[in-house]
Design a protein around this ligand. Structure first.
Ligand code: DGL
Length: 274
């Protein structure tokens, strides 16, 4: 039987695992190859050109492993590098991410929505264009959540310091009257229980990961590359950072999965797994 080609997914770190879990549920027969670029996390404070180079190297790596579609499970890399990736790899189907301004604005009654994302995402042309197209008349309150990605990478999902940090970010938004909170960084769904505790039950939280998983299915259908039956998909996780840390993080963040293997690789454009 020919070897299945995997779905390639990447993020700066563990954030994209919040997307991976939805892709796995949506596409249970697909193999997945996930790359966490933990040698370089966080991407948020880095210059655009550097994120473009990292994203290009990772894409090349995933393609070298046979990836049939690349899911950029990182708002920051999508904002900084997706246009560059599409120009560099014109034959490769990409699925990117962006803060869900359109559905967020569509659902607000108070006319105020909050967005949590990295400063690189907020500074991007892509984000500016989202606001111009969809935010008409709605007040968008933004916070770059400095330190939150690092806390999540350290596994401090319900630590007192993370709680305090999130309170500092969210209390002003709640006081302003937001009724919708958009998670514009794939790390943040992992602190959603804490966010919910702070903002209370009435504010809608939007995580675009399920929509990204559905879009991945559509792209596979359109390019006629979907796997609809056979054995259950296998998931391979690769980190460019320390393996023991990543293994512990995965055990903490993902439900156990017997078809899951985890390895470490230093990633450059030449890297191959075999
Ligand atoms: N998870 C990434 C995102 O969705 C970014 C985190 C980082 O700053 O590296 O934006």
């Amino acid at each position: 039987m020919p070897k299945k080609r995997p779905i390639g997914i990447f993020d700066s770190g563990v954030g994209g695992l919040s997307v991976l879990r939805h892709v796995r549920a949506e596409l249970p027969f697909e193999d997945i190859l996930y790359l966490a670029d933990q040698a370089h996390v966080p991407y948020g404070p880095r210059p655009q050109s550097e994120i473009q180079q990292f994203s290009q190297n990772i894409t090349r790596f995933l393609l070298n492993q046979g990836a049939k579609v690349i899911v950029v499970a990182c708002n920051t890399a999508s904002a900084a590098a997706l246009t560059h990736l599409r120009a560099t790899f014109p034959d490769v189907p990409f699925v990117g991410m962006e803060p869900a301004i359109k559905p967020g604005v569509a659902g607000t009654r108070t006319g105020k929505v909050g967005v949590l994302a990295t400063s690189r995402t907020f500074d991007s042309q892509k984000y500016a264009s989202l606001l111009i197209r969809f935010a008409n008349g709605v007040q968008v309150l933004e916070d770059p959540c400095v330190g939150l990605v690092d806390a999540i990478e350290r596994g401090e999902l319900d630590a007192a310091a993370t709680h305090t940090l999130l309170q500092t970010i969210l209390h002003p938004m709640v006081a302003e009257g937001i009724d919708t909170l958009i998670l514009g960084c794939t790390h943040f769904p992992f602190v959603q229980p804490l966010i919910r505790q702070i903002i209370g039950p009435d504010i809608a939280i939007i995580d675009p990961a399920p929509a990204v998983a559905r879009q991945t299915r559509r792209v596979l259908q359109q390019t006629n590359q979907g796997t609809r039956s056979g054995r259950a998909g296998q998931t391979h996780l690769v980190t460019s950072g320390p393996l023991t840390t990543f293994t512990a993080q995965v055990a903490h963040l993902l439900e156990y999965h017997s078809d899951l293997t985890i390895i470490h690789r230093q990633i450059n454009s030449e890297t191959r797994l075999i």
